[in-house]
Ligand binder design. Sequence first.
Ligand SMILES: N[C@@H](CCC(=O)N[C@@H](CS)C(=O)NCC(=O)O)C(=O)O
Length: 324
Amino acid sequence: MGVLVDGEWKDQWYDTKSTGGRFVRKDAAFRNWITPDGSAGPTGVSGFKAEAGRYHLFVSYACPWAHRTMIFRKLKGLEDLISLSAVQPLMLENGWEFPETDPLTGANYAWQIYVKANPGHSGRATVPILWDKHQNTIVSNESSEIIRMFNSAFNDLTGNKDDYYPEDLRSSIDEINSRVYDAVNNGVYKSGFATTQEAYTEAVTALFDMLDELEVILSNHRYLTGHRLTEADWRLFTTLIRFDAVYVGHFKCNIRRIDDYPNLSNYLRELYQIEGIAETVDMQTIKQHYYGSHETINPHRVVPVGPVLDFDRPHDRDRLQAAA
Ligand SMILES: N[C@@H](CCC(=O)N[C@@H](CS)C(=O)NCC(=O)O)C(=O)O
């Protein structure tokens, strides 16, 4: 794993020394938006009009952030409009690596795409990356914004008007998102990458306090914000699906398993069983990536065989009201 410094790749692990053993995630650097007419979005510059065949998504099947964007590409019927390719499961000294030279950018490693977009770039070379084939640049490398674009920017081209960020629920979605991001999505990383007991305990405690709270919410709400399935649910889903297989063991998030929570585990299965979603989940790659890439946590890179998980088992969520 490494980082770009003024366009040069340096192989280095996260620095937690200056933050008391705490893992602190850096903000994404490319923050432009695809819009129906190419006008500027909430951040970044204009010039990224929604067009079929123009954009490409680079993902890792292991990555929960990239996973969100794959889910939205699927749910919004964008598979024929936005092409996709995946990196190899392991992220080692060269960072994310392509199985063969990427035909669009000529890159063998994800960091080379960042340098192509900005020759002097400094920062981590993360996935997802949303690439513009016309301007040969990165539109965005921030998953929370990519899913918002996918939710609406291409509606006129696809005719798919499904809305996972409906106007009337925006404030509750934003509120739950920020708490779930901090304690759960990023919380598992803060727990796993902590290098002091104090930092770990703080993160794992906040994580399970939040999961306990979500369990209560889901006891009488079908979805996080009520009876409509929204972006907030999909953002939680990509962490939950990895939890028992990876975060419990590898990241020491082991106070309870998701399987021990009746509501969270049934909710997880309901989401998994929605059409098209199972195809976005590659558990073998997920396990191989985490256990195989983080040498400081698992030096021998041995991947555990279990646990046995069956997300196709029936769920009981029909007992709660869902929007038509
Ligand atoms: N804020 C970004 C975070 C993406 C991210 O951290 N992706 C991880 C993979 S799960 C990555 O590529 N890490 C490489 C690194 O940190 O060097 C987003 O949500 O899109």
